[in-house]
Design a protein around this ligand. Structure first.
Ligand code: NAD
Length: 500
């Protein structure tokens, strides 16, 4: 199996890859109408991996027309649910069969460790597509409790053409959280991957077609957000835009929806997760490992990154030593080396951003306890050492803004009320974690935390059966679970008069 490959074998396989960079519209790979391309860079060495079609508004027109045509034709939208199920399960299987190739593309494109892409990203995307496929013919509609002389039917119908605009940190997984429930519900989808990591989205378009998804139902438009992304979000014939990305861009997309056709706009945005460790934590070693993993996994490029470590003052110093030891063990390495636990930052822009926050932490008076520098410069890639600050206060820039890199801020608290106050004092509300042996406290604090996910005595757990999404400026709507399908359907009420 693929995870058994050595470093040398992965490099040889990477060198032998043939990479597709064109858009996928109406069942075929095509260049952008303008003929323009942009370079796709490997963040582990700065080398050009492929030239990618730079789609723009004109390409969006073609894709929307194809998606609308397929939707109206009913080739997918009116296909029997059990047949849609069969196709989606076949699509999941094809993704699984291509785990090795897709893992390589994801690692090369986004700098993610190959051990993670093979074991986490691709299998999770497979589970997502399979879950939604399996659900299709098990969802029943409703008959309303009307008076006896009427029949009220409450039915779900696909919303139409869905644009899915996604980020680069989990390229195939974030895409699957959108396109799988949207397709399951019978919609036509236009996927706009991030310009920083478009390769797996482009590749799976062909797999979708091979699985039997009709032409025009699944399209992929690579390109920049301000051009093709904006064109989709403003388009009068797109019925829904499902977005994962930064809060700033999410706000813009909601404006585009308002400026155009009031399309349904679902936002999954940034986070500043508080990870709260009480003095009665049941296992400080496990909590310390989880705290390090929670901020350094995926190079800290996580919407749920546990970037604010809130620790009871009575144990803070001893606990922080354990977190530092766990963090030290996560030094970055080549993403293609199976031993690597932390890979490359996605590009030079993100690297500069994260380094700017580290500088702000120092200048703001926080105490640097680990890392704080760019490393592995000789590779030509973008690597940052795991970085830990102590003596952070919640009003500092590094505690308020999403850094999206391997930078941890440690904040001390004195009692439960203060921990909750600090945790909730953030514009974000994506996730939170609580470590305590006290059952009542665990539940009590979980209830008080204004976050879409709360983990008790663990960090970043969940699976396809539980919804995922944010409170406050972390977004609206939910990905995953059966609730995700609600975003891609209209509820129709049909009232039938039975009196005559
Ligand atoms: P981003 O907001 O810069 O870009 C996300 C997507 O939006 C990209 O495809 C981009 O091209 C596109 N885009 C940019 N400007 C646009 C515009 N004006 N109109 C339309 N589309 C536009 O985010 P990013 O840097 O790719 O990703 C990091 C962000 O994603 C972080 O804030 C992270 O927290 C968030 N994220 C959230 C979740 C979640 O589920 N809540 C999951 C993963 C990542």
């Amino acid at each position: 199996m693929s995870s058994k490959h050595t470093y040398a074998e992965w490099r040889a396989r990477a060198a032998a890859l043939s990479i597709e960079g064109r858009a996928f519209i109406d069942g075929g790979y095509v260049d952008a109408v303008s003929g323009k391309t942009f370079d796709c860079i490997n963040p582990a060495n700065g080398a050009v991996l492929a030239r990618i079609a730079e789609c723009d508004a004109e390409d969006a027109e073609y894709a929307v027309a194809a998606a609308r045509h397929a939707f109206e034709a009913g080739v997918w939208s009116r296909m029997a649910p059990r047949e849609r199920k069969t196709v989606l399960i076949r699509f999941a299987q094809l993704i699984e069969d291509h785990t090795e190739e897709l893992s390589l593309l994801e690692s090369l494109d986004a700098g993610k460790p190959i051990g993670d892409t093979t074991r986490i990203d691709i299998p999770a995307a497979v589970r997502c597509v399979r879950f939604n496929g399996e659900a299709v013919d098990k969802l029943y509609d409703e008959v309303a409790p009307t008076p006896d002389d009427a029949l009220g039917l409450v039915t779900r119908e696909p919303v139409g053409v869905v644009a899915a605009i996604v980020p680069w940190n989990f390229p195939i997984l974030m895409a699957s959280w959108k396109f799988a429930p949207a397709l399951a519900a019978g919609n036509s989808v236009i996927l706009k991957p991030s310009e920083k990591a478009p390769l797996t989205a482009i590749r799976i378009a062909r797999l979708a077609q091979q699985a039997g998804i009709p032409n025009g139902v699944f399209n992929v438009l690579p390109g920049f957000g301000g051009t093709v992304g904006k064109a989709l979000a403003l388009h009068m014939d797109v019925d829904c835009v499902a977005f994962t990305g930064s809060t700033a861009v999410g706000k813009q997309i909601m404006q585009y929806a308002g400026q155009s056709n009031l399309k349904r706009a679902w936002m999954e945005c940034g986070g500043k997760t508080p990870n709260i460790v009480f003095a009665d934590c049941p296992d400080l070693d496990a909590a310390a490992r989880a705290a390090a993993f929670g901020i350094f996994y995926n190079q800290g490029e996580m919407c749920t990154a546990g970037s604010r470590l809130l620790v009871a003052a009575s144990i803070k110093d001893a606990f922080l030593e354990k977190v530092i030891a766990a963090g030290e063990a996560m030094q970055p390495g080549d993403p293609l080396d199976p031993a690597t636990r932390m890979g490359a930052i996605v590009d030079d822009i993100q690297l500069d951003r994260v380094m700017g926050y580290i500088e702000a932490g120092r200048a703001g008076g926080a105490t640097l306890r680990l890392g704080g520098e760019r490393v592995m410069n000789e590779t030509g890639g973008y690597f940052i050492a795991p970085t830990i600050f102590d003596n952070v206060t919640n009003d500092m820039k590094i505690a308020r803004e999403e850094i999206f890199g391997p930078v941890l801020s440690t904040i001390a608290f004195t009692d439960e009320a203060e921990a909750i106050r600090i945790a909730n004092d953030s514009p974000y509300g994506l996730a939170a974690a609580v470590w305590t042996s006290n059952l009542s406290r665990g539940h009590r604090v979980a209830r008080r935390l204004r976050a879409g996910s709360v983990w008790v005595n663990c960090f970043d757990e969940g699976d396809m059966t539980v919804p995922f999404g944010g409170y406050k400026q972390s977004g609206n709507g939910r990905d995953k679970s059966l609730h995700a399908i609600d975003k891609y359907v209209e509820l129709k009420a049909t009232w039938i008069d039975l009196s005559r």
